[in-house]
Design a binder for this molecule. Structure first.
Ligand SMILES: C[S@@+](CC[C@H](N)C(=O)[O-])C[C@H]1O[C@@H](n2cnc3c(N)ncnc32)[C@H](O)[C@@H]1O
Length: 308
């Protein structure tokens, strides 16, 4: 089942970026002195109740971003429109989202520019879809596939709530390999393909059909075993450049007076990023000619022509 999510009269495309004074109907983030965030939709006549008093929405509507409002019990709140990364970390989830550090890197690795066409699977909660839609802009297009209907509905709601209606976003519910052929895209219809799924190696042929020669396939993978299987599948097909893998670690810092140091806690692992580029049809990739590390391959593999 395919849903072209379409322009929506109640949700015009905004790209998630409001400007100027805060308006009724907009979502804003209130942050207290302990850095606790509360996201509310501004409605004239409504109140936001805190554990210490309340705030009239009308005291926020019409004020500039970066304002501070006070509850009836003198609690001060900073008022800002949420950024994409705030939304991704706080929005309703079905599937685990790709964290902002990784989605930003994927957009860069995919080398996306406004006007590009991107194929995505699975859409999960829609976090990566949002980054892709922003990167390709209103002149580009994104086609996302999600095999779980319940997750697809969550993704659709999240994307629409933050970005507004997206006539250039198509969301298909179903397995990528089952649904893609029915979309009758010509080979090479996409500039980039991004996978975040359990078994990306099963969808390599689909990515090959979808991508133009030179286009980037980026795969976000949680475990080393999945990464290894994906990379070997790409190499075995002989249709892709040598895959590259990376992992990003983000360490936040504590900044207080002379106590300037890394925070004690961090997300130690999110996922691995694997990228490769589609070769032209009928061309054999150039393989690395370095000597493999001792023990990297078994004795039989060591003698294989591509092993080094
Ligand atoms: C970790 S989630 C994706 C999260 C998403 N990238 C985000 O940032 O919100 C993985 C999703 O892939 C979907 N999936 C797995 N294999 C698939 C396939 N072959 N075709 C379509 N969707 C698939 C799963 O149902 C799941 O929702």
């Amino acid at each position: 089942m395919t849903t072209p999510t379409g322009a929506h009269p109640e949700h015009p495309f905004t790209g998630g970026r409001g400007r100027g004074p805060l308006r009724a109907g907009e979502r804003v983030q209130l942050t207290d002195h302990k850095s606790r965030h509360h996201t509310i939709t501004l409605i004239s006549g409504e109140r936001f109740h805190t554990h210490r008093g309340w705030i009239e929405h009308d005291d926020i509507i019409g004020s500039p971003e970066g304002n501070v409002v006070q509850s009836t019990a003198s609690m001060r709140y900073l008022v800002l429109r949420p950024l994409l990364r705030d939304v991704v970390l706080s929005m309703p989830r079905g599937a685990t989202v790709i964290y902002p550090k990784d989605s930003a890197a994927l957009v860069s690795l995919l080398d996306l520019t406004p006007g590009d066409a991107v194929l995505e699977a699975g859409a999960g909660s829609g976090a990566m879809s949002m980054s892709l839609l922003r990167a390709v802009g209103p002149t580009g297009r994104v086609h996302s596939f999600e095999r779980r209907e319940d997750f697809a509905r969550i993704a659709e709601r999240n994307v629409r709530t933050f970005l507004g209606g997206c006539p250039n976003w198509r969301l298909t519910v179903g397995d990528l390999n089952d649904e893609y052929p029915g979309c009758v895209y010509p080979s090479g219809a996409f500039d980039g393909v991004v996978y975040d799924m359990l078994a990306p190696w099963e969808c390599v042929a689909t990515a090959h059909h979808a991508l133009r020669p030179g286009g980037v396939l980026a795969v976000y993978i949680a475990t080393t075993t999945q990464m290894s299987r994906t990379v070997e599948c790409l190499r075995d097909s002989g249709q892709w450049t040598e895959p590259e893998a990376s992992e990003l670690m983000l360490r936040t810092w504590h900044l207080e007076g002379l106590a300037v140091r890394p925070n004690h806690r961090m997300n130690g692992h999110t996922g691995f990023l694997v990228t490769t580029r589609r070769m032209a049809d009928g061309v054999t990739p150039v393989r690395k000619q370095t000597r493999p590390a001792k023990g990297a391959y078994s004795d039989t593999e060591q003698s294989a022509p591509d092993a080094g």
